[in-house]
Design a binder for this molecule. Structure first.
Ligand SMILES: *Cc1c(COP(=O)(O)O)cnc(C)c1O
Length: 243
């Protein structure tokens, strides 16, 4: 008998195969909603995943990586670029104002803009480095206490308040649906956000390009795509259960 070290057994996860399978499912869901699969961006969520396994995903055709913590993202930006790969980095987690300065150089899109104060800080830091930073507004569609994001009926006012920040560009909306055993139970969340997305797009506001609708994770991405998502953020279904 082998001694019990208390460590979990490392179950082999075939990252390349998982990515291929997800791409097929994305394609099916896209076609079901009458869209081309090319319109859907797959973001591999790499929190708690070590660089060697992230490289496997990149070599299997992933170009976009999502992290929810600034320090972890910084470490991985360094590791992945040292390994000679070029990718787009997405900040998908709640962002504290005092951490913004650490990611202004490397981030491609911040998905989690959830306050005016944060917008102001991103704008200030972006100016300093001479960048325009792409952001998505995080909306707490189901109004869950445990989640960040502004409420649906605050979105229009929020947009009016942030158009003045020249160094941020609003590129769309993001949401995290409530946990549900059956993804059909959260379809309404995706549908509602898509409605808001389309309404804002129709208004043609300066500085606001409603281009990306970031919604859908491992458990619910197909339903999200059917309801209009064009960015899905997938961790577990690619890298296995997080430890
Ligand atoms: C962790 C995380 C994901 C990925 O979740 P999975 O269920 O592992 O696919 C997506 N979005 C955000 C904001 C996350 O924090």
């Amino acid at each position: 008998m082998t001694p019990d070290t208390g460590k979990q057994v490392d179950i082999h996860v075939d990252i390349k195969e998982n990515i291929e399978r997800i791409k097929e499912r994305v394609e099916k869901a896209a076609r079901k909603s009458g869209r081309s699969p090319d319109e859907i961006k797959l973001i591999a969520v790499t929190k708690n995943v070590e660089p060697a396994r992230i490289l496997e995903a990149i070599d299997a055709g992933i170009w976009d990586l999502g992290e929810n913590r600034v320090q972890e993202m910084q470490e991985k930006v360094e590791a992945i670029s040292t390994a000679g790969r070029k990718v787009n980095w997405h900040m998908i987690g709640h962002l504290q104002k005092n951490k913004v300065k650490y990611l202004v150089d490397s981030v491609s899109i911040i998905h989690s803009l959830d306050s005016i104060e944060l917008a102001q800080e991103i704008d200030k830091r972006a100016k300093k480095v001479g960048r325009i930073i792409n952001v998505l507004i995080q909306v707490n569609v189901a109004e869950e206490e445990s989640k960040f994001g502004i409420f649906k009926d605050e979105v229009n006012k929020f947009i009016e308040d942030i158009v003045k920040y020249d160094n941020i560009r609003v590129k769309g909306l993001m949401t995290i649906a409530p946990k549900a055993a059956n993804p059909e139970d959260v379809r309404f969340v995706f549908r509602e956000l898509n409605k808001i997305f389309i309404d804002i797009r129709r208004k043609n506001i300066d500085n606001i390009d409603m281009e990306y609708l970031s919604m859908g994770m491992s458990n619910d991405f197909e339903v999200a795509i059917e309801e209009g998502a064009n960015m899905v953020r997938i961790g577990t279904a690619i890298f296995g259960v997080r430890r």
